[in-house]
Write a protein that binds this ligand. Sequence first.
Ligand code: UZD
Length: 268
Amino acid sequence: TTFHENYDVFEELGKGSFSVVKRCSHKVTKAEYAVKIAHVSYANEKAIRRIEREERICRKLNHINIVQLHNVYTERETRYLIFDLVTGGELFEEICNRKYFSEADASVCMQQILESVQYCHSMNVVHRDIKPENLLLSSKNKDAKIKLADFGLSVEVSNEKTYWFGFAGTPGYLAPEVIKKNPYGKRVDLWACGVVLYILLAGYPPFWDEDKYKMYEQIVHGDYDYPSPEWDPVTSEAKNLIDSLLSVDPEKRFSASDALRHPWIANR
Ligand SMILES: CCCCCCCNC(=O)OC[C@@H]1O[C@H](OC)[C@H](O)[C@@H](O)[C@H]1O
């Protein structure tokens, strides 16, 4: 059976570079989902490989802090990936609305992000695009769960081996080793978590310049600081965790497990 025989489709929720996400509901169960629709013209081998990789990776992931894939329909030139409907919006919007988080709220949020990253890495998956736009909230409530979404850029790695998987991610969140075109691995996700944690506590990013290449210079040199007065009230434990994630040398940088053991996360 085809996707449209089983589902009604409603408004667009988001747009990827090669896909669109729409709200849909199953005709019989009335259950609602978010369907990612990707058109692959047979000509475009790369697009087919990309969606097939995302599908393969999402199929093997099952975790409370990761958006759950429910079903897949493959039709001639279109793929339908059916995910949980997540109604709380993006963490990005939440930060904009709240300006920045208290340390207690940021810690609860970061713990869930690190749980999702630790799980992905245990399944030998590197997300490669962790940022507030891809961190969704399960509901509008204060105790909403964080859900990591969009594995469209993720890659499968073999354990701790590093490799050049290509230049992928979002400029302000790219790890130094990627910018330097060195082989990289799971630790690129922890660098991005460091950028997210800095933003949660300050409401602005650690690295920024309207000239992308000047920003890349800041990143490869680990050139960030904690400006006064906004960073003065922030505890040294919080800054210590940020420094352990924004460590230029991936070998020295915390793993997800290291970060989950850090007092600012574990002692809540
Ligand atoms: C994009 C590939 C993963 C699809 C995950 C669907 C998650 N479920 C889901 O309900 O996503 C909802 C919206 O969909 C887009 O994000 C995918 C909007 O940008 C977000 O604002 C988000 O609120």
